[in-house]
Design a protein around this ligand. Structure first.
Ligand SMILES: [Mg+2]
Length: 385
């Protein structure tokens, strides 16, 4: 079996704008990869792309493609290692690793289809049949009353069945305290609430915020400080009693090593579509468990990335093990995303906030190729003669 062709699809659609601590979001994008073998088997993957979809396409077509065409797609680890080492001098973090993640996920999809098994089985089996989702939303909008607006949105997630919500902070201490208090009051004490600053603060300010919110029973404080500031993470973690989470802007086991060895976080959050795919995600999760640290992946893509994350999360044992352990969680981005479910014909269904792990071979999603063809802005389509 050989890789015969690789295609990419870059999608970009405008949305009603919303903001987090770093910027306004006015479009949703996706970078989808299709790997085709000489016997016609097709594997799909996704890269976390922000607005760099074209650049990731170029990495895949210019840099990776010559190393993949003609190779055995089932040698996932061999190919991962080769592509990582080939680009090491310029690609240890960022979009080169996101591109590698997309390739890796597509190869796992092929392995699943060839074996007639879901990826979660190939990862060693599933600890959960279904995963509890947590609602990621509660961004800033151009609203007259932010407190009221966020409280209404939070209540809508509770009505959908969610027990876990994550909201954005990072707008300044006074504003953060005001809106987190409003959401906590709106949802009551029984709902799990997490906050995410998207690295808007230095360690001193993050510590002040953590202390001022400690009475609101926050499950975790995500990206309190800049991803480069490992010492700052460790200072925050030492100083506050809210668990600290981070890692969505970190890449490969080499990046996560620092977070773990310096005991900088309580929860690592690798993104399977960015940090190195399922192959590297597994290494990161194994390493996290070696440091007795929870791994709750960041998830922000279409249904393809969501499916990959579902298989991955279901394969992770509870950390630490216990009769009543802390259960796995799947991040469910509930912000506007006109591409999210449209790229597949059978998106993983959310029922009362829970998502069942797909059992069809590979990722278990059926990609809507005509939607991709109709909406792709790619100008890089390679077909073998
Ligand atoms: Mg985040």
């Amino acid at each position: 079996m050989k890789i015969a062709d690789i295609q990419t699809y870059h999608l970009n659609m405008p949305i009603d704008e919303f903001a987090f601590s770093q910027k306004w979001v006015r479009a949703r994008t996706a970078l989808i990869i299709k790997v085709v073998t000489d016997d016609g088997t097709v594997g799909w993957g996704e890269a976390f792309c922000h607005d760099a979809g074209r650049a990731i396409e170029a990495i895949i077509s210019q840099t990776f493609r010559p190393h993949l065409i003609g190779r055995n797609p089932l040698e996932i680890n061999v190919l991962w290692d080769h592509l990582y080492n080939w680009t090491k001098d310029y690609g240890q973090k960022g979009i080169v690793i996101s591109a590698l993640s997309a390739v890796d996920i597509a190869l796992w999809d092929i392995l699943g289809k060839v074996s007639d098994l879901p990826i979660v089985t190939l990862l060693g089996g599933q600890f959960y049949d279904r995963i509890q989702g947590y609602a990621t939303g509660l961004y800033m909008r151009d609203a007259a009353d932010d407190r009221q607006n966020l409280a209404d949105e939070a209540r809508s997630y509770i009505e959908e069945g969610f027990k876990h919500l994550k909201m954005k902070v990072g707008y300044g201490l006074a504003k953060d305290i005001s809106i987190v208090t409003a959401v906590r009051e709106a949802v009551g004490d029984d709902i799990h609430l997490m906050i995410d600053a998207n690295h808007a603060y230095d360690a001193t300010t993050a510590i002040r915020l953590g202390k001022k919110l400690s009475h609101l029973n926050i499950d975790w404080f995500e990206e309190p400080v800049s991803p480069e500031d490992i010492e700052g993470y460790a200072e925050v973690r030492q100083a506050i009693d809210i668990p600290v989470a981070g890692g969505e802007a970190e890449f490969t086991r080499f990046g996560f090593r620092q977070l773990l060895t310096q005991r900088a976080v309580d929860i690592v959050q690798p993104d399977i579509c960015a940090a190195g795919g399922l192959t590297e995600g597994r290494r990161i999760a194994d390493m996290a468990r070696t440091w007795h640290t929870r791994c709750i992946p960041h998830v922000w893509g279409t249904a393809i990335g969501r499916a990959a994350s579902l298989h991955f999360i279901a394969s992770l044992p509870p950390t630490p093990p216990a009769l009543f352990p802390q259960k796995a969680l799947l991040e469910l981005d509930l912000t506007p995303h006109p591409l999210r479910d449209e790229v597949v014909l059978n998106p993983p269904e959310v029922v009362n906030g829970w998502v069942t792990v797909p059992q069809a071979p590979g990722l278990g999603v059926e990609v809507n190729e005509s939607f991709l063809e109709a909406n792709s802005r790619s100008n890089i389509h390679h077909h073998n003669p």
